[in-house]
Design a protein around this ligand. Sequence first.
Ligand SMILES: [Zn+2]
Length: 245
Amino acid sequence: MFLLILSGCIENTTQKTVNPVKLDVKQTPGDSLPDTLTHDHQKTSEDANPFVNIQEVNSNIWVDLKYRTRDNFMGFPLYDTIQKAYLQKDVADRLGRVQHYLTKLKPGYHLLVYDAVRPLSVQQEMWDALDSIPVARRGKFVSNPKNHSIHNYGAAVDLTIVNEQGIPLDMGAKYDEIGEIAYPSKELMFLEKGLLTQQQVANRQLLRKVMAAQKFQNIPSEWWHFNACSRTEAKQRYQILVHEF
Ligand SMILES: [Zn+2]
């Protein structure tokens, strides 16, 4: 696997941005990441790390990184060194404004972030783990690492809302639940069938409303996933994160 050498300590919470990352691009034969990553590594090694801790932008945003824990669809931790939720600076600023708006609408409510920037290496692990699902269907749940996920650029975020008691709102489907019950595109059908309640749909609508105020777009198959921009724009505008820092 690739080695990451930090030129500073990313745990230093007094800094707004993470210190520049240097990469040793030695690759073992077993590494299954696409060849095109070599260029990304070189680019990454020369540039300052652009990712910022969203809680340093707005400390009212709560974070529970599910891929640091066993509480995820894989059943084991996927992140070793990523401890906090990082996004591109301008994306983090927008999310900070979403929290301001949510506080205005619902004092005491918080965004709760489940995942933010996700290294491409982890994207590959997820993709490989779901190999029992045909590629065409798998892509609805996990972006194909060959195309990159917008998460890999720190321009997508998975999140929910917690109420003033700190309890996540009932969205009618768990985070990362594989199944159409999690699809925003089908929630009215599930409402009619009585498989989602009015309150569950209203909770999803609240999340979409506050996120849309800062132009974050939900996707049709996951109530929790929001993009700050299109994949094409992310590729043009932002640096990809290949491995954990
Ligand atoms: Zn996502």
